[in-house]
Write a protein that binds this ligand. Structure first.
Ligand code: MLC
Ligand code: AMP
Length: 506
Protein backbone atom coordinates (compact mmCIF):
# COMPACT_ATOMS: atom_id res chain seq x y z
CA UNK A 1 0.00 0.00 0.00
CA UNK A 2 1.25 3.48 -0.77
CA UNK A 3 -1.41 5.40 1.16
CA UNK A 4 -3.68 3.15 3.21
CA UNK A 5 -6.78 5.35 3.43
CA UNK A 6 -6.56 6.49 -0.17
CA UNK A 7 -6.06 2.99 -1.46
CA UNK A 8 -8.88 1.42 0.55
CA UNK A 9 -11.46 4.21 0.64
CA UNK A 10 -10.92 6.49 -2.32
CA UNK A 11 -9.17 4.66 -5.16
CA UNK A 12 -12.25 2.51 -5.96
CA UNK A 13 -14.32 5.68 -6.43
CA UNK A 14 -12.00 6.78 -9.20
CA UNK A 15 -13.32 3.98 -11.39
CA UNK A 16 -16.97 4.08 -10.36
CA UNK A 17 -19.71 5.60 -12.46
CA UNK A 18 -22.42 4.83 -9.93
CA UNK A 19 -23.78 7.54 -7.60
CA UNK A 20 -21.79 8.20 -4.45
CA UNK A 21 -23.33 11.38 -3.01
CA UNK A 22 -27.02 12.15 -3.46
CA UNK A 23 -28.09 15.71 -2.76
CA UNK A 24 -31.42 16.43 -1.03
CA UNK A 25 -32.93 17.37 -4.44
CA UNK A 26 -32.07 13.88 -5.76
CA UNK A 27 -29.20 14.95 -8.03
CA UNK A 28 -26.16 12.72 -7.68
CA UNK A 29 -22.37 12.96 -7.82
CA UNK A 30 -20.90 9.70 -9.06
CA UNK A 31 -17.71 8.14 -7.76
CA UNK A 32 -15.45 9.38 -10.56
CA UNK A 33 -16.75 12.92 -10.24
CA UNK A 34 -16.21 12.95 -6.48
CA UNK A 35 -12.73 11.47 -6.88
CA UNK A 36 -12.00 14.28 -9.34
CA UNK A 37 -13.20 16.88 -6.80
CA UNK A 38 -10.93 15.32 -4.16
CA UNK A 39 -7.92 15.29 -6.50
CA UNK A 40 -8.48 18.93 -7.42
CA UNK A 41 -8.68 19.80 -3.71
CA UNK A 42 -5.43 17.88 -3.13
CA UNK A 43 -3.84 19.77 -6.02
CA UNK A 44 -4.98 23.11 -4.59
CA UNK A 45 -3.42 22.26 -1.22
CA UNK A 46 -0.13 21.54 -2.98
CA UNK A 47 -0.43 24.81 -4.91
CA UNK A 48 -0.73 26.57 -1.56
CA UNK A 49 2.49 24.90 -0.45
CA UNK A 50 1.04 22.28 1.91
CA UNK A 51 3.19 19.15 2.07
CA UNK A 52 2.42 15.73 3.60
CA UNK A 53 2.22 16.05 7.38
CA UNK A 54 1.18 19.73 7.26
CA UNK A 55 -2.19 20.56 8.79
CA UNK A 56 -5.26 22.03 7.12
CA UNK A 57 -7.84 23.67 9.42
CA UNK A 58 -11.38 23.59 8.06
CA UNK A 59 -14.45 25.39 9.43
CA UNK A 60 -17.06 25.21 6.69
CA UNK A 61 -20.72 24.30 6.25
CA UNK A 62 -21.45 20.72 5.24
CA UNK A 63 -21.46 20.21 1.47
CA UNK A 64 -20.05 17.73 -1.07
CA UNK A 65 -17.16 20.17 -1.62
CA UNK A 66 -16.46 20.18 2.14
CA UNK A 67 -16.33 16.38 2.10
CA UNK A 68 -13.96 16.55 -0.89
CA UNK A 69 -11.60 18.61 1.31
CA UNK A 70 -11.34 15.65 3.68
CA UNK A 71 -10.74 13.27 0.77
CA UNK A 72 -8.26 15.75 -0.74
CA UNK A 73 -6.28 15.80 2.50
CA UNK A 74 -6.08 12.00 2.48
CA UNK A 75 -4.77 12.08 -1.08
CA UNK A 76 -2.28 14.89 -0.37
CA UNK A 77 -1.14 13.37 2.94
CA UNK A 78 -2.19 16.60 4.65
CA UNK A 79 -3.56 16.25 8.19
CA UNK A 80 -7.26 17.17 8.22
CA UNK A 81 -8.30 19.38 11.18
CA UNK A 82 -12.09 19.86 11.11
CA UNK A 83 -13.63 22.50 13.37
CA UNK A 84 -17.23 22.82 14.59
CA UNK A 85 -19.07 25.54 12.64
CA UNK A 86 -20.44 26.80 15.97
CA UNK A 87 -16.97 27.83 17.22
CA UNK A 88 -16.43 31.54 17.74
CA UNK A 89 -13.34 33.41 16.54
CA UNK A 90 -11.93 33.21 20.09
CA UNK A 91 -12.20 29.44 20.04
CA UNK A 92 -10.75 29.22 16.52
CA UNK A 93 -7.76 31.32 17.60
CA UNK A 94 -6.79 28.59 20.07
CA UNK A 95 -7.01 25.79 17.49
CA UNK A 96 -4.95 27.69 14.93
CA UNK A 97 -2.28 28.53 17.50
CA UNK A 98 -2.14 24.91 18.65
CA UNK A 99 -2.33 23.04 15.33
CA UNK A 100 -0.27 25.60 13.36
CA UNK A 101 -1.95 24.71 10.07
CA UNK A 102 -0.43 25.87 6.79
CA UNK A 103 -3.88 27.05 5.66
CA UNK A 104 -7.35 27.62 7.11
CA UNK A 105 -10.42 27.20 4.91
CA UNK A 106 -13.54 28.83 6.30
CA UNK A 107 -16.92 30.22 5.39
CA UNK A 108 -16.63 33.68 3.75
CA UNK A 109 -18.53 35.14 6.74
CA UNK A 110 -15.68 34.16 9.07
CA UNK A 111 -12.78 34.98 6.71
CA UNK A 112 -11.99 38.52 7.86
CA UNK A 113 -12.14 37.61 11.51
CA UNK A 114 -9.88 34.58 11.10
CA UNK A 115 -7.46 36.46 8.86
CA UNK A 116 -7.29 39.21 11.50
CA UNK A 117 -5.85 36.70 13.96
CA UNK A 118 -2.74 36.93 11.83
CA UNK A 119 -1.64 33.34 12.42
CA UNK A 120 -2.76 31.47 9.31
CA UNK A 121 -3.40 32.17 5.63
CA UNK A 122 -7.14 31.94 4.92
CA UNK A 123 -9.19 30.75 1.94
CA UNK A 124 -12.95 30.39 1.65
CA UNK A 125 -15.58 27.78 0.83
CA UNK A 126 -19.27 28.50 1.32
CA UNK A 127 -22.28 26.22 1.80
CA UNK A 128 -22.79 26.11 -1.98
CA UNK A 129 -19.20 24.97 -2.55
CA UNK A 130 -18.07 28.38 -3.84
CA UNK A 131 -15.17 30.53 -2.67
CA UNK A 132 -11.51 31.28 -3.24
CA UNK A 133 -10.47 27.69 -2.52
CA UNK A 134 -13.06 26.35 -4.97
CA UNK A 135 -11.81 28.82 -7.60
CA UNK A 136 -8.24 27.63 -7.19
CA UNK A 137 -9.22 23.95 -7.30
CA UNK A 138 -11.47 24.39 -10.35
CA UNK A 139 -8.61 24.82 -12.78
CA UNK A 140 -6.57 21.83 -11.60
CA UNK A 141 -6.36 18.28 -12.98
CA UNK A 142 -8.87 15.56 -12.06
CA UNK A 143 -6.13 13.12 -11.18
CA UNK A 144 -3.08 13.49 -8.94
CA UNK A 145 -0.67 10.91 -7.57
CA UNK A 146 -1.51 10.21 -3.91
CA UNK A 147 1.18 11.06 -1.37
CA UNK A 148 2.94 8.06 0.15
CA UNK A 149 1.76 7.44 3.70
CA UNK A 150 2.32 4.63 6.19
CA UNK A 151 -0.31 3.07 8.44
CA UNK A 152 1.12 5.01 11.38
CA UNK A 153 1.07 8.43 9.71
CA UNK A 154 -1.48 10.89 11.05
CA UNK A 155 -4.50 11.40 8.81
CA UNK A 156 -6.53 13.72 11.02
CA UNK A 157 -6.33 15.81 14.15
CA UNK A 158 -9.67 16.07 15.93
CA UNK A 159 -10.05 18.39 18.88
CA UNK A 160 -11.84 17.11 21.93
CA UNK A 161 -12.64 19.24 24.96
CA UNK A 162 -10.32 18.89 27.91
CA UNK A 163 -11.08 18.64 31.62
CA UNK A 164 -8.82 21.60 32.27
CA UNK A 165 -10.74 23.68 29.74
CA UNK A 166 -8.09 23.42 27.02
CA UNK A 167 -9.05 21.33 24.01
CA UNK A 168 -6.74 18.49 23.05
CA UNK A 169 -5.98 17.46 19.49
CA UNK A 170 -6.35 13.69 19.08
CA UNK A 171 -3.91 12.37 16.46
CA UNK A 172 -5.59 9.66 14.39
CA UNK A 173 -3.55 7.50 12.09
CA UNK A 174 -4.44 5.75 8.85
CA UNK A 175 -4.48 2.47 10.77
CA UNK A 176 -6.81 3.87 13.45
CA UNK A 177 -9.39 4.98 10.92
CA UNK A 178 -9.10 2.08 8.52
CA UNK A 179 -9.21 -0.69 11.15
CA UNK A 180 -12.33 0.86 12.65
CA UNK A 181 -14.10 1.24 9.29
CA UNK A 182 -13.32 -2.39 8.48
CA UNK A 183 -14.63 -3.66 11.81
CA UNK A 184 -17.85 -1.62 11.48
CA UNK A 185 -18.56 -2.63 7.88
CA UNK A 186 -18.26 -6.29 8.91
CA UNK A 187 -20.27 -5.91 12.07
CA UNK A 188 -23.09 -3.82 10.64
CA UNK A 189 -23.09 -5.67 7.28
CA UNK A 190 -22.60 -2.50 5.28
CA UNK A 191 -22.28 -3.26 1.57
CA UNK A 192 -22.56 -1.64 -1.82
CA UNK A 193 -26.37 -1.92 -1.77
CA UNK A 194 -26.59 0.40 1.22
CA UNK A 195 -27.78 3.99 1.05
CA UNK A 196 -26.80 5.91 4.19
CA UNK A 197 -29.01 8.79 5.27
CA UNK A 198 -26.29 11.23 6.34
CA UNK A 199 -27.62 14.08 8.51
CA UNK A 200 -24.73 14.41 11.02
CA UNK A 201 -22.11 17.14 10.95
CA UNK A 202 -18.83 16.12 9.29
CA UNK A 203 -16.51 17.84 11.78
CA UNK A 204 -16.76 15.07 14.41
CA UNK A 205 -15.80 11.41 14.53
CA UNK A 206 -19.38 10.19 14.23
CA UNK A 207 -20.42 11.93 11.00
CA UNK A 208 -16.96 11.87 9.44
CA UNK A 209 -15.35 8.56 10.29
CA UNK A 210 -18.12 6.24 11.43
CA UNK A 211 -20.50 7.34 8.69
CA UNK A 212 -18.31 8.42 5.78
CA UNK A 213 -15.40 5.98 6.05
CA UNK A 214 -17.71 2.95 6.26
CA UNK A 215 -19.72 4.16 3.26
CA UNK A 216 -16.52 4.62 1.26
CA UNK A 217 -15.06 1.29 2.28
CA UNK A 218 -18.24 -0.58 1.41
CA UNK A 219 -18.64 1.15 -1.96
CA UNK A 220 -22.06 2.31 -0.74
CA UNK A 221 -23.76 5.67 -1.32
CA UNK A 222 -25.07 8.48 0.88
CA UNK A 223 -27.99 10.85 0.81
CA UNK A 224 -26.05 13.85 2.02
CA UNK A 225 -28.20 16.34 3.96
CA UNK A 226 -26.69 19.66 5.08
CA UNK A 227 -27.91 18.96 8.63
CA UNK A 228 -30.63 17.28 10.64
CA UNK A 229 -34.18 18.49 10.27
CA UNK A 230 -37.11 16.15 10.83
CA UNK A 231 -38.77 17.17 7.55
CA UNK A 232 -35.70 16.54 5.41
CA UNK A 233 -35.02 13.22 7.10
CA UNK A 234 -38.62 12.05 6.66
CA UNK A 235 -38.46 13.00 3.02
CA UNK A 236 -35.20 11.17 2.36
CA UNK A 237 -35.76 8.06 4.47
CA UNK A 238 -37.84 6.10 1.94
CA UNK A 239 -34.78 6.16 -0.37
CA UNK A 240 -32.33 5.02 2.35
CA UNK A 241 -31.38 1.74 4.01
CA UNK A 242 -29.26 2.92 6.93
CA UNK A 243 -29.06 5.90 9.31
CA UNK A 244 -26.57 6.85 11.99
CA UNK A 245 -27.54 9.45 14.55
CA UNK A 246 -27.23 10.86 18.04
CA UNK A 247 -30.13 10.12 20.43
CA UNK A 248 -31.66 13.56 19.74
CA UNK A 249 -32.31 12.42 16.15
CA UNK A 250 -34.40 9.53 17.44
CA UNK A 251 -36.36 11.48 20.07
CA UNK A 252 -37.14 14.18 17.49
CA UNK A 253 -38.31 11.58 14.97
CA UNK A 254 -40.55 10.00 17.62
CA UNK A 255 -42.09 13.41 18.23
CA UNK A 256 -43.02 13.70 14.53
CA UNK A 257 -46.56 12.52 13.79
CA UNK A 258 -45.57 11.46 10.24
CA UNK A 259 -42.91 9.05 11.47
CA UNK A 260 -43.69 5.33 11.53
CA UNK A 261 -43.22 1.94 9.92
CA UNK A 262 -44.24 3.19 6.44
CA UNK A 263 -41.45 5.74 6.22
CA UNK A 264 -38.94 3.11 7.40
CA UNK A 265 -40.08 0.41 4.98
CA UNK A 266 -36.77 0.38 3.07
CA UNK A 267 -34.56 0.83 6.13
CA UNK A 268 -32.52 -2.08 7.40
CA UNK A 269 -30.56 -0.47 10.26
CA UNK A 270 -30.65 2.50 12.65
CA UNK A 271 -27.49 3.14 14.67
CA UNK A 272 -27.23 5.44 17.69
CA UNK A 273 -24.24 6.77 19.58
CA UNK A 274 -22.22 9.72 20.92
CA UNK A 275 -24.49 9.97 23.97
CA UNK A 276 -26.68 7.58 25.97
CA UNK A 277 -29.87 6.41 24.30
CA UNK A 278 -32.60 6.05 26.91
CA UNK A 279 -33.97 2.50 27.09
CA UNK A 280 -37.37 4.16 26.86
CA UNK A 281 -36.51 5.73 23.49
CA UNK A 282 -35.24 2.35 22.28
CA UNK A 283 -38.53 0.69 23.24
CA UNK A 284 -40.76 3.42 21.82
CA UNK A 285 -38.81 3.30 18.56
CA UNK A 286 -39.38 -0.42 18.28
CA UNK A 287 -43.09 -0.08 19.04
CA UNK A 288 -43.47 2.65 16.42
CA UNK A 289 -41.31 1.25 13.62
CA UNK A 290 -40.56 -2.39 14.33
CA UNK A 291 -36.82 -1.56 14.30
CA UNK A 292 -34.50 -2.07 17.23
CA UNK A 293 -31.94 0.73 17.25
CA UNK A 294 -28.38 -0.60 17.37
CA UNK A 295 -26.45 1.34 20.02
CA UNK A 296 -22.68 1.57 19.96
CA UNK A 297 -20.05 3.37 22.03
CA UNK A 298 -17.05 5.34 20.95
CA UNK A 299 -15.05 8.49 21.32
CA UNK A 300 -12.82 10.83 19.38
CA UNK A 301 -9.60 9.28 20.68
CA UNK A 302 -10.56 5.71 19.86
CA UNK A 303 -13.25 5.70 17.21
CA UNK A 304 -15.75 2.96 17.98
CA UNK A 305 -15.05 0.62 20.89
CA UNK A 306 -18.14 -1.50 21.36
CA UNK A 307 -21.37 -2.24 19.55
CA UNK A 308 -24.55 -4.15 20.04
CA UNK A 309 -24.75 -7.08 17.66
CA UNK A 310 -26.31 -6.89 14.22
CA UNK A 311 -27.80 -10.36 14.38
CA UNK A 312 -28.05 -11.13 18.10
CA UNK A 313 -30.01 -9.29 20.78
CA UNK A 314 -29.67 -5.48 20.73
CA UNK A 315 -30.01 -4.87 24.43
CA UNK A 316 -31.52 -1.50 25.34
CA UNK A 317 -29.49 0.59 27.77
CA UNK A 318 -26.25 -1.19 26.83
CA UNK A 319 -23.53 -0.59 24.26
CA UNK A 320 -22.88 -4.24 23.49
CA UNK A 321 -19.53 -5.95 23.07
CA UNK A 322 -15.97 -4.96 22.14
CA UNK A 323 -15.47 -4.70 18.37
CA UNK A 324 -13.34 -7.48 16.86
CA UNK A 325 -9.69 -6.63 17.53
CA UNK A 326 -10.58 -4.22 20.36
CA UNK A 327 -10.11 -5.09 24.04
CA UNK A 328 -12.15 -3.61 26.88
CA UNK A 329 -10.98 -3.69 30.50
CA UNK A 330 -12.96 -2.48 33.51
CA UNK A 331 -10.52 -1.33 36.14
CA UNK A 332 -10.31 0.00 39.68
CA UNK A 333 -8.53 3.17 40.83
CA UNK A 334 -5.20 1.34 40.71
CA UNK A 335 -5.75 0.14 37.16
CA UNK A 336 -6.39 -3.52 38.10
CA UNK A 337 -9.41 -5.34 36.63
CA UNK A 338 -12.48 -5.24 38.90
CA UNK A 339 -14.33 -8.49 39.71
CA UNK A 340 -16.82 -9.55 37.03
CA UNK A 341 -19.99 -7.48 37.04
CA UNK A 342 -18.62 -4.63 39.14
CA UNK A 343 -18.42 -0.99 38.12
CA UNK A 344 -15.07 0.47 37.13
CA UNK A 345 -13.23 2.65 34.64
CA UNK A 346 -13.62 1.57 31.01
CA UNK A 347 -10.24 1.17 29.33
CA UNK A 348 -9.71 0.37 25.66
CA UNK A 349 -6.85 -1.11 23.65
CA UNK A 350 -6.63 -1.93 19.97
CA UNK A 351 -5.69 -0.65 16.52
CA UNK A 352 -8.41 1.99 16.93
CA UNK A 353 -6.65 3.77 19.81
CA UNK A 354 -5.14 7.11 18.77
CA UNK A 355 -1.45 8.06 18.61
CA UNK A 356 -1.68 10.61 21.44
CA UNK A 357 -2.56 14.27 21.91
CA UNK A 358 -0.92 16.80 19.64
CA UNK A 359 1.72 18.83 21.51
CA UNK A 360 0.62 17.37 24.86
CA UNK A 361 2.94 14.51 25.84
CA UNK A 362 1.99 14.85 29.51
CA UNK A 363 -1.73 14.56 28.83
CA UNK A 364 -1.03 11.61 26.55
CA UNK A 365 0.96 9.88 29.29
CA UNK A 366 -1.85 10.50 31.80
CA UNK A 367 -4.55 8.90 29.68
CA UNK A 368 -2.73 6.37 27.50
CA UNK A 369 -1.01 3.65 29.49
CA UNK A 370 2.38 2.19 28.54
CA UNK A 371 0.59 -1.13 27.88
CA UNK A 372 -1.57 0.52 25.20
CA UNK A 373 -4.81 0.86 27.18
CA UNK A 374 -6.58 4.21 26.89
CA UNK A 375 -8.36 5.42 30.02
CA UNK A 376 -11.71 6.61 28.69
CA UNK A 377 -13.09 8.49 31.70
CA UNK A 378 -16.33 6.54 31.30
CA UNK A 379 -17.55 4.24 34.06
CA UNK A 380 -19.09 0.93 33.16
CA UNK A 381 -19.84 -2.66 34.03
CA UNK A 382 -20.34 -5.83 32.04
CA UNK A 383 -23.50 -7.82 32.73
CA UNK A 384 -23.61 -11.60 33.01
CA UNK A 385 -23.94 -11.94 29.23
CA UNK A 386 -20.98 -9.62 28.58
CA UNK A 387 -22.97 -6.57 27.43
CA UNK A 388 -21.27 -3.32 28.46
CA UNK A 389 -23.37 -0.82 30.40
CA UNK A 390 -22.09 2.77 30.65
CA UNK A 391 -23.17 3.88 34.09
CA UNK A 392 -21.56 7.30 34.35
CA UNK A 393 -18.44 9.34 33.77
CA UNK A 394 -15.51 10.07 36.01
CA UNK A 395 -14.71 13.05 33.80
CA UNK A 396 -16.67 16.21 34.48
CA UNK A 397 -18.37 16.26 31.10
CA UNK A 398 -21.79 17.29 29.81
CA UNK A 399 -23.03 15.77 26.54
CA UNK A 400 -25.70 17.94 24.97
CA UNK A 401 -27.25 16.73 21.73
CA UNK A 402 -24.07 14.73 21.08
CA UNK A 403 -21.76 17.72 21.62
CA UNK A 404 -19.33 17.66 24.53
CA UNK A 405 -19.12 20.55 26.95
CA UNK A 406 -16.53 20.69 29.70
CA UNK A 407 -17.88 22.77 32.62
CA UNK A 408 -14.43 24.22 33.35
CA UNK A 409 -14.31 26.05 30.04
CA UNK A 410 -17.71 27.68 30.63
CA UNK A 411 -16.94 28.42 34.28
CA UNK A 412 -13.72 30.24 33.29
CA UNK A 413 -15.72 32.65 31.12
CA UNK A 414 -18.45 33.16 33.75
CA UNK A 415 -15.91 33.74 36.53
CA UNK A 416 -14.52 36.73 34.68
CA UNK A 417 -17.74 38.74 35.13
CA UNK A 418 -17.27 41.33 37.89
CA UNK A 419 -20.49 40.36 39.69
CA UNK A 420 -19.63 36.65 39.77
CA UNK A 421 -17.82 35.43 42.83
CA UNK A 422 -17.95 31.83 41.70
CA UNK A 423 -19.65 29.83 38.98
CA UNK A 424 -20.55 26.15 38.87
CA UNK A 425 -21.61 24.58 35.58
CA UNK A 426 -23.31 21.20 35.37
CA UNK A 427 -25.67 19.15 33.21
CA UNK A 428 -29.31 18.33 33.90
CA UNK A 429 -31.71 16.07 31.96
CA UNK A 430 -33.20 17.74 28.89
CA UNK A 431 -35.98 16.25 26.76
CA UNK A 432 -34.43 17.24 23.42
CA UNK A 433 -30.67 17.36 24.01
CA UNK A 434 -30.43 14.56 26.61
CA UNK A 435 -28.49 16.87 28.89
CA UNK A 436 -28.53 20.68 29.04
CA UNK A 437 -25.85 23.02 30.33
CA UNK A 438 -26.88 24.96 33.46
CA UNK A 439 -24.87 27.50 35.46
CA UNK A 440 -25.27 28.51 39.10
CA UNK A 441 -23.62 31.76 40.10
CA UNK A 442 -22.69 33.00 43.54
CA UNK A 443 -22.81 36.78 43.21
CA UNK A 444 -20.34 39.29 44.55
CA UNK A 445 -22.12 41.37 47.23
CA UNK A 446 -22.68 44.99 46.23
CA UNK A 447 -21.91 44.51 42.53
CA UNK A 448 -24.97 44.86 40.27
CA UNK A 449 -25.96 41.68 38.47
CA UNK A 450 -26.04 42.14 34.70
CA UNK A 451 -27.07 38.86 33.05
CA UNK A 452 -27.70 40.33 29.55
CA UNK A 453 -24.13 41.68 29.49
CA UNK A 454 -22.83 38.32 30.65
CA UNK A 455 -24.79 36.53 27.92
CA UNK A 456 -23.49 38.98 25.34
CA UNK A 457 -19.92 38.39 26.45
CA UNK A 458 -20.39 34.62 26.30
CA UNK A 459 -21.81 34.76 22.79
CA UNK A 460 -18.52 36.15 21.47
CA UNK A 461 -16.44 33.59 23.28
CA UNK A 462 -18.25 30.28 23.51
CA UNK A 463 -20.04 28.24 20.85
CA UNK A 464 -23.81 28.47 21.27
CA UNK A 465 -24.23 24.87 22.43
CA UNK A 466 -21.81 25.49 25.33
CA UNK A 467 -23.73 28.50 26.64
CA UNK A 468 -25.95 27.67 29.64
CA UNK A 469 -29.60 27.17 28.74
CA UNK A 470 -30.37 28.48 32.25
CA UNK A 471 -28.40 30.68 34.65
CA UNK A 472 -29.40 30.49 38.32
CA UNK A 473 -28.27 32.69 41.20
CA UNK A 474 -27.49 31.31 44.63
CA UNK A 475 -26.03 32.29 48.00
CA UNK A 476 -23.50 29.47 48.18
CA UNK A 477 -22.45 26.24 46.49
CA UNK A 478 -22.63 22.85 48.20
CA UNK A 479 -19.12 21.56 49.02
CA UNK A 480 -17.65 18.40 50.40
CA UNK A 481 -15.20 18.32 53.29
CA UNK A 482 -12.31 18.84 50.86
CA UNK A 483 -13.95 22.08 49.69
CA UNK A 484 -14.82 20.67 46.24
CA UNK A 485 -18.14 21.78 44.73
CA UNK A 486 -20.60 18.87 44.78
CA UNK A 487 -21.91 18.94 41.25
CA UNK A 488 -23.95 15.80 41.87
CA UNK A 489 -26.00 17.68 44.50
CA UNK A 490 -26.54 20.58 42.08
CA UNK A 491 -27.63 18.12 39.38
CA UNK A 492 -30.09 16.46 41.76
CA UNK A 493 -31.44 19.75 43.03
CA UNK A 494 -32.16 21.05 39.54
CA UNK A 495 -32.91 17.84 37.66
CA UNK A 496 -36.49 18.90 36.87
CA UNK A 497 -35.55 22.27 35.39
CA UNK A 498 -36.44 21.15 31.86
CA UNK A 499 -38.84 18.35 32.81
CA UNK A 500 -41.25 17.67 29.97
CA UNK A 501 -43.26 14.74 28.72
CA UNK A 502 -40.92 12.01 27.45
CA UNK A 503 -40.38 12.28 23.69
CA UNK A 504 -42.38 9.85 21.64
CA UNK A 505 -45.25 9.50 24.13
CA UNK A 506 -48.18 8.49 21.96
C1 MLC B 1 -27.88 23.25 18.69
N1 MLC B 1 -28.04 23.94 19.84
C2 MLC B 1 -27.66 23.17 20.85
C3 MLC B 1 -27.21 21.98 20.27
N2 MLC B 1 -27.36 22.04 18.93
N3 MLC B 1 -27.65 23.39 22.18
C4 MLC B 1 -27.18 22.41 22.94
N4 MLC B 1 -26.74 21.25 22.46
C5 MLC B 1 -26.73 21.00 21.13
N5 MLC B 1 -26.26 19.85 20.64
C6 MLC B 1 -28.60 25.27 20.06
C7 MLC B 1 -28.72 26.10 18.84
O1 MLC B 1 -27.57 26.90 18.72
C8 MLC B 1 -29.97 26.90 19.12
O2 MLC B 1 -29.66 27.93 20.01
C9 MLC B 1 -30.84 25.97 19.88
O3 MLC B 1 -29.92 25.05 20.50
C10 MLC B 1 -31.81 25.19 19.06
O4 MLC B 1 -31.19 24.74 17.91
P1 MLC B 1 -31.84 23.67 16.96
O5 MLC B 1 -32.12 24.34 15.66
O6 MLC B 1 -32.91 22.94 17.63
O7 MLC B 1 -30.61 22.71 16.85
P2 MLC B 1 -30.19 21.93 15.59
O8 MLC B 1 -29.48 22.81 14.66
O9 MLC B 1 -31.38 21.17 15.11
O10 MLC B 1 -29.10 20.93 16.20
C11 MLC B 1 -29.43 19.89 17.05
C12 MLC B 1 -28.68 18.65 16.59
C13 MLC B 1 -27.18 19.00 16.52
C14 MLC B 1 -28.95 17.54 17.57
C15 MLC B 1 -29.18 18.22 15.20
O11 MLC B 1 -26.75 19.45 17.78
C16 MLC B 1 -26.34 17.89 16.02
O12 MLC B 1 -26.22 17.65 14.82
N6 MLC B 1 -25.71 17.13 16.94
C17 MLC B 1 -24.81 16.04 16.56
C18 MLC B 1 -23.53 16.15 17.30
C19 MLC B 1 -22.52 15.11 16.85
O13 MLC B 1 -22.33 14.83 15.67
N7 MLC B 1 -21.82 14.51 17.79
C20 MLC B 1 -20.83 13.47 17.50
C21 MLC B 1 -19.56 13.73 18.31
S1 MLC B 1 -18.42 12.40 18.00
P3 MLC B 1 -30.46 29.30 20.03
O14 MLC B 1 -30.31 29.70 21.44
O15 MLC B 1 -29.72 30.12 19.05
O16 MLC B 1 -31.87 29.00 19.63
C22 MLC B 1 -18.51 11.46 19.39
C23 MLC B 1 -17.91 10.10 19.33
C24 MLC B 1 -18.99 9.11 19.16
O17 MLC B 1 -19.13 11.82 20.32
O18 MLC B 1 -19.13 8.18 19.96
O19 MLC B 1 -19.74 9.27 18.21
P1 AMP C 1 -16.23 12.72 22.23
O1 AMP C 1 -15.16 13.17 23.11
O2 AMP C 1 -17.03 13.82 21.63
O3 AMP C 1 -15.73 11.80 21.23
O4 AMP C 1 -17.27 11.96 23.15
C1 AMP C 1 -17.01 10.68 23.63
C2 AMP C 1 -17.88 10.38 24.80
O5 AMP C 1 -19.24 10.24 24.39
C3 AMP C 1 -17.55 9.05 25.43
O6 AMP C 1 -16.42 9.11 26.26
C4 AMP C 1 -18.83 8.74 26.18
O7 AMP C 1 -18.85 9.44 27.41
C5 AMP C 1 -19.89 9.34 25.26
N1 AMP C 1 -20.57 8.31 24.46
C6 AMP C 1 -20.36 7.92 23.19
N2 AMP C 1 -21.23 6.96 22.82
C7 AMP C 1 -22.01 6.72 23.90
C8 AMP C 1 -23.11 5.84 24.18
N3 AMP C 1 -23.61 5.03 23.25
N4 AMP C 1 -23.65 5.87 25.40
C9 AMP C 1 -23.17 6.69 26.36
N5 AMP C 1 -22.16 7.56 26.17
C10 AMP C 1 -21.58 7.57 24.95
Amino acid sequence: MTNPLHDALLAPLGASDTPFLIRPDGSAIDGTAFYGMACRAAGALAERGLAPGDRLAVQVEKSPEALALYAGCLIAGVVFVPLNTAYTTDEIAYFLADATPGLAICDPRMADRIAALGTTPVMTLDAAGQGSFADLAAGLPNRIAPARRTAQDIAALLYTSGTTGRSKGAMLSHENLLSNARALCDLWRIDSDDVLLHALPIFHAHGLFVAVNTTLLAGARMIFLPGFTVDAVLQAMPRATLMMGVPTFYTRLLDAPGFGADVCAGMRLFVSGSAPLLAETHQKFQQRTGHRILERYGMTETGMNTSNPHDGERRAGTVGFALPGVEIAITDAGGAPVPAGEIGMIEVRGPNVFRGYWNMPDKTAEELRQNGFFITGDLGRQDADGYLHIVGRSKDLIISGGYNVYPKEVESVLNEASFVREAAVFGVPHPDFGEAVVATLVVEPGVPVDLPALRHDMSGRLARYKQPKEILLTQSLPRNTMGKVQKNLLRDRHRDLFAAPVSGTP
